[in-house]
Design a protein around this ligand. Sequence first.
Ligand code: GUN
Ligand code: ZN
Length: 442
Amino acid sequence: MIDYCSALRGRFFDIAAVADSPQEIAQHARYLEDGLLFIAEGRIAALMSWEEGQSHLRQPNDWTDLRDKLIVPGFIDSHLHYPQTEMMGAFGEQLLEWLTTYTFPVEGQYHNAGHAAQMSAFFLNQLLSNGTTTALVFGTVHPESVDALFAAAAQHNMRLIAGKVMMDRNAPDYLTESAEQSFRQTRELILRWHNHQRLGYAITPRFAPTSTPALLEAVQRLREEFPDTWLHTHLSENPQEVEWVKSLWPEHENYLDVYHHYGLTGKRSVFAHALHLQDAEWDCLHHSDSAVAFCPTSNLFLGSGLFRLHTCWHKQVKMGIGTDVGAGTTFSMLRTLGEAYKIGQLQSYKLCASEAFYHATLGGARALCLDDKIGNFAAGKEADFVVLDPAVSPLQQLRDARCHDIYERLFMLMTLGDDRNIAQTWINGECAWRRDTLEVAA
Ligand code: GUN
Ligand code: ZN
């Protein structure tokens, strides 16, 4: 007999094990047309076929009927900025002008704890209503921004990783600080929030151009003192940015070498974008066991470039998918996967549905070094998952009726789907959001 709190019956899809190639992903893909998920104390107790599972029920009718739904592991957004929610869709600029024209002024507001709290609540609602259960998030330079976000995420008992931005040059005065202050404030936030419930802290230097050597030395000291925190920054997103890094850091061989020199590569280091890398940088990412975040809608919106998925596999670099809100244009991981497919198409790379869903779930978990805790329905993992409505519009219903198998259905979801397809989002074994009320569940 399985000791369980709730049992859900429905269709289930996940990838049962981490993989080093798209072929391995396909081998580990698991689909249960009629499955039964047992949850106990916030964790997956078991996932089995209905036929096998029903004998474990306490009563024959002791299950919730979700047979018209498709249940997948919670989505993992491996890179985004919560304060930029209010500036999504800013017109006309590429990265560096976009930052000075739009981003910095908006981020300037987050010294105000009330504003930060209001935006944190809005942001978390966006994550949940899009089926995202874990995210790696930038705050602003203000500690208040991160306090507000962590406090809000703690209320949902979410597995969320975030950090205060660190910047000590090449930004407006109202967003810069001394390396020493940045060190002190980050250290205080780590002590306050890291490993509090399911929260984690990411040390967050914005990128090389807004960092002096003294700031990266401060980051290095923090990494050494707190080796199980994350390191989260940007890398090689835009050609002008890459040139700028060359002129600011002439003694370094390439962009990544700036971070590597200060010990900032490694396990739990996540570099957003990684679009214009030299071979040596890919090799360094691999050898240091670092991860990258592929942010399709952002890369297209800012005209930054095309992520090389094929090279990423070839070089065996861990990768997650990020929305990169607010350069990204959606919170929906379904839509983000659809754009990833199109970026693949422009390079003759066929991103199939099993690979795409892997990147958004277990692959993302691996990139964040959380694959022992989240990412699929393995027994013992934390019960974070999404209940998808496979067809919610007349067009989707028409298309769904013509799908022959789960892979066509998943591909249809990543091509035509969005937040309308998210029926419920479960966090730690509890339904945290449901579409029928359009609200965070009580
Ligand atoms: N590089 C440095 N800061 C940022 C940011 O806020 N967004 C993006 N997309 N790239 C960056
Ligand atoms: Zn970013």
